[in-house]
Structures are given as structure tokens and as C-alpha cells.
Write a protein of this length. Structure first.
Length: 143
């Protein structure tokens, strides 16, 4: 009985994600991917693996979901909470300057990826808090 109560109470899990970016012809571009089921546009993200830091885990997701690798320098852009399957997820979001783009990657056949201006990416992304982070990141990158 005690185990069921503990399991019910433990409804918070942590995730991390990145806003992958590059500069192309002097313009900041952000990479978005689609979700597997609904095909909404999102940033690469996933559960933080116990043996990785939140940023390292997010970088791993960026390769698996979007086929990109990035620099090891970053800054946290914010976090947001979401509910999924009765659990509350706290997702920390980092910036990641893309240094390599691969044609083949683990989820290539499950997702689409698209480079967009920060303004267009903020309009397309399905999570309002992430859209706000992208807009702010785009404004700060111009400075």
C-alpha cells in the first residue's frame, strides 16, 4: 500500500531541451522539429538522463531528434512546466550553436526538421513559453 501512495505522489519529472541555432548570411536561424504523433513544431527535448547534465542530455536529444550537434558553450534560456499523462514536467531550455548537421540520425524517419528565422519559429512552435524564449533569444542575438 505504501508503494502505491509514493508512486502516486511522485508526479514530477525533469526534462531538458535546446533551441538549436545558426547564423546564415548574417541572419539568426532556429531549428524546429515535429512531434512524432501530432506533428506540432517543437524544440528537441527529452528526459534528463541520470548520467548526463541537463545540457548534455538536451544535446543528445538534439542529435537524436534533429540530427545536429552543437558547441559546449550555452546559457539557460528559461524553463516551463507542462502536464503529460498525469505528471508535471519541468523542462529547462538551453541555447545551442549548431556546429554540424547530419543527413542520417536516429529519428530521421519519425520527424521533420526545419530552419526558420527566430520570428517565424516563435510563430510556429506549439508551446507558448518556448515561443516567448525564442522571441527573446532572437532579440538578444541582434544586439
Amino acid at each position: 500500500m505504501k508503494r502505491k501512495t509514493e508512486a502516486k505522489r511522485r508526479t514530477h519529472f525533469d526534462q531538458s531541451g535546446v533551441i538549436p541555432y545558426r547564423r546564415k548570411n548574417g541572419t539568426l536561424e532556429v531549428l524546429l522539429v515535429t512531434t512524432i504523433r501530432k506533428k506540432n513544431w517543437i524544440i528537441p527535448k527529452g528526459f534528463i538522463e541520470y548520467h548526463l547534465s541537463p545540457f548534455q542530455s538536451a544535446k543528445k536529444e538534439a542529435f537524436e531528434e534533429a540530427g545536429v550537434r552543437g558547441s559546449n558553450t550555452t546559457r539557460i534560456l528559461g524553463s516551463y512546466k507542462a502536464k503529460k499523462n498525469g505528471s508535471e514536467l519541468l523542462t529547462k531550455v538551453y541555447s545551442m550553436r549548431v556546429t554540424a548537421v547530419y543527413k542520417d540520425y536516429p529519428e530521421k524517419n519519425l520527424r521533420k526538421r526545419k530552419w526558420l528565422s527566430a520570428t517565424d519559429a516563435a510563430k510556429k512552435v506549439s508551446i507558448p513559453e518556448v515561443a516567448k524564449m525564442i522571441r527573446k533569444f532572437g532579440r538578444n542575438a541582434k544586439k
